[in-house]
Design a protein around this ligand. Structure first.
Ligand code: SAH
Ligand code: SF4
Ligand code: F3S
Length: 451
């Protein structure tokens, strides 16, 4: 029997969907060894942090959080000498032993390439009463071969690639996730099939750049084949993240008009509207190329919702550059824009670029963009008022227990009154028609139409 049997653990997950998925694998693995997941750290003998270092704020927060649980007593009845603290994910990968030097009460450090070793490292650290640090340069296996414990039984992440080859000059991901590797098409489709058999209704295909899927295996990108293969499993909803504009092909775009289960929502990070900045970022497309992609996507799927990521204050960004970004955001009509202030990441090429723009100027640019984004999201949502949308119900609303909440095909949050006498458990994970009465900036609300 594993020495982890009946031990309690809690998970803290930060960062992107890759981390969320890795956390599902970690929970699945630990539970398969008999450990029990609990919600709060007070009840946990083991705390696992799955970390992100995409921006500095994430780093700083982690240090504070790990330090803050130091003095919380172990749950009563535990035979451990102390709570086991494990740090994995991208900070684990980047810092390795340095984390133990900075935070001596940390017991295990693991990285992004060896999550399957966590149980063993943890058992050794418990038995020997000392630290374990292991990070690997590249993975021996795909973490997708591990058991998984899905947060929602009806929705699944399905990684099709790991790592990234793009080396955008601001970005740490290629250094902490390694080179891009694709799973075989057969593997991906087989997993999709088994997810569907297991009751999954929505699959989100994951990769840092899903559009370059297959280049390492087949010599050419074959993301369109993935979409067709997964669509043929009959899963009700397919989404994917993330797309790189330089690799989004006409073949993939056309599928938005062909595959009924490919949802009408596309996240296409543009980062900047200035060609000069895009070049300095090593994005390898121009703002015009990006606009052309949007036109093509809208030609095949006029009702599609678009979202994007923007970095404000990249080194050397002038007022004109920012204006180009602002104008682009305004003209595209996004439903959602994730806006970030540039954060210098040690070891990336941009960290060496001269950065003289005052903080206040960047902050003001950021705020004006955030205002624009809100207006744009509000305007985009108005088109849904009066329409009936299929909503995948996830649970009751956090604010009001008499309301249920879910997502539309366009990935907009929808709230609706829970029908009289209906238990939420009966609706969770089902797709129901909702007539939209009200369209706000970040959500829609309406009434479930009973058939
Ligand atoms: N692979 C994905 C995104 C990964 S990171 C893609 O290329 O789209 C998510 C977002 O974080 C990026 O799109 C970018 O907008 C932002 N980001 C990455 N590095 C950053 C940095 N150093 N400072 C600020 N934002 C950053
Ligand atoms: Fe980072 Fe660029 Fe790779 Fe995205 S495509 S993960 S932004 S290097
Ligand atoms: Fe963060 Fe790592 Fe994802 S740095 S954004 S968790 S790949």
């Amino acid at each position: 029997m594993s020495s982890l049997s009946e031990r309690t653990f809690c998970l803290y997950t930060y960062g992107c969907q890759m981390n969320e998925h890795d956390s599902e694998r970690i929970a699945g693995m630990l539970e398969s060894l008999g450990a029990i997941q609990v919600e709060s750290v007070e009840d946990a003998e083991i705390a696992v942090f799955v970390t992100c270092c995409i921006r500095e704020a994430a780093d700083v927060r982690l240090m504070g959080q790990v330090a803050s649980i130091k003095n919380i007593p172990l749950p009563s009845g535990s035979d451990l000498k102390k709570r086991m603290i494990c740090i994995g994910g991208c900070i684990g990968q980047r810092d390795g032993q340095k984390l133990i030097d900075a935070l001596p009460h940390v017991d295990v450090v693991f990285g992004t390439q060896n999550i399957e070793h966590l149980p063993l490292l943890l058992e050794e650290a418990i038995q020997e009463g000392d630290h374990r640090v292991e990070t690997l340069e590249s993975a021996a296996t795909f973490s997708t071969d591990l058991p998984s414990k899905r947060v929602h039984p009806w929705a699944a992440w399905l990684p099709i690639t790991v790592g990234c080859n793009n080396f955008c000059t601001y970005c740490i991901v290629p250094y902490v996730r390694g080179r891009e590797r694709s799973r075989t098409l057969e593997d991906v489709v087989a997993e999709a099939r088994s997810l569907v058999a297991d009751g999954v209704r929505e699959i989100t295909l994951l990769g840092q750049n899903v559009n370059s899927y297959g280049r390492d295996l087949y010599g050419e990108p074959r993301f369109a084949d993935v979409l067709r293969g997964v669509s043929a499993t009959g899963v009700e909803r397919i989404r994917f993240a993330t797309s790189h504009p330089k690799d989004l092909t006409d073949e993939v775009i056309a599928l938005f008009g062909e595959l009924p289960n490919l949802m009408p929502a596309l996240h296409l990070p543009v980062q900047s509207g200035s060609d000069q900045i895009l070049k300095a970022m090593n994005r390898r497309y121009t703002a015009d190329h990006y606009r052309g992609l949007v036109d093509k996507v809208r030609a095949v799927c006029p009702d599609i919702s678009l979202s994007t990521d923007i970095i404000v204050g990249f080194p050397g960004e002038t007022e004109e550059d920012f204006q180009a970004t602002y104008d682009l955001v305004k003209s595209i009509g996004y439903s959602q824009v994730f806006t970030f202030i540039y954060s210098r990441r040690e070891g990336t090429p941009a960290a060496k670029m001269e950065d003289t723009t005052p903080r206040e100027v960047i902050q003001a640019r950021f705020e004006s963009l955030v205002d624009l984004v809100q207006d744009s999201a509000h305007e985009q949502n108005q088109r849904f008022a009066g329409r009936t949308l299929d909503v995948l119900i996830e649970g009751t609303s956090k604010r009001d227990g008499s309301m249920c909440t879910g997502h539309s095909p366009h990935n907009v949050t929808v709230h609706a009154k829970l029908p009289e006498g209906m238990a939420i458990e009966r609706l969770q994970g089902t797709i129901v028609p909702v007539r939209i009465d009200e369209a706000k900036t970040w959500y829609l609300s309406g009434e479930i139409i009973r058939g």
